[in-house]
Ligand binder design. Structure first.
Ligand SMILES: [Zn+2]
Length: 60
């Protein structure tokens, strides 16, 4: 008696969702002072009157 014990691959388990939630590119950071979303290349907060320095991680 022949039985089929091969597991079926489950489609849909690995969906490629690469859409962004917001208009900001990857690496953007949020200012802890005013919650303003800044671009990755900004070293200080973009918000007028804030100028909060970007919190840099220890690893370089
Ligand atoms: Zn700010």
């Amino acid at each position: 008696m022949k039985k089929c014990g091969a597991p079926r691959p489950t489609p849909g388990a690995n969906m490629s969702s690469s859409r962004k939630d917001k208009d900001a590119p990857e690496g953007s950071w949020t200012c802890p002072e005013c919650n303003n979303l800044n671009y990755p290349f900004l070293t200080v907060c973009n918000r007028k009157g804030c100028s909060y320095s970007k919190p840099t991680p220890t690893n370089n």
